[in-house]
Design a protein around this ligand. Structure first.
Ligand SMILES: [Zn+2]
Length: 100
């Protein structure tokens, strides 16, 4: 029997949850943080300061934002492919536990 502890309060009162939902939530949040519009705005601001064309900056921003999402998705899948989702029954914090 493996020993699983809550990383927030060190409690051992944890319960395994469905891992599918966590993935969806994570990417919804990520895509809300790194939206193409926001990255385009960011690129335009940087371009204006560095003397490049704002359109060029917007294009670069969208590409960089897209790469960030894909790369983090790759590492997320790689890291969590053998992880299980748990929720702490004491502090109600969800967390992932990677099997050794
Ligand atoms: Zn806890």
């Amino acid at each position: 029997m493996s020993f699983i502890q809550c990383p927030y309060c060190q409690s051992t009162h944890v319960r395994q949850t469905d891992s599918g939902n966590a993935h969806v939530n994570y990417f919804e949040q990520l895509q809300r943080c790194i939206s193409p519009t926001q990255m385009a705005m960011f690129g335009m601001q940087v371009a204006r300061k560095s003397g490049f064309s704002p359109l060029f900056g917007a294009a670069v921003g969208v590409v960089v934002g897209g790469v960030l999402v894909v790369v983090s998705q790759y590492y997320f899948e790689k890291y969590y492919s053998n992880a299980e989702q748990y929720v702490c029954l004491d502090c109600q914090q969800p967390f992932a536990w990677v099997k050794q």
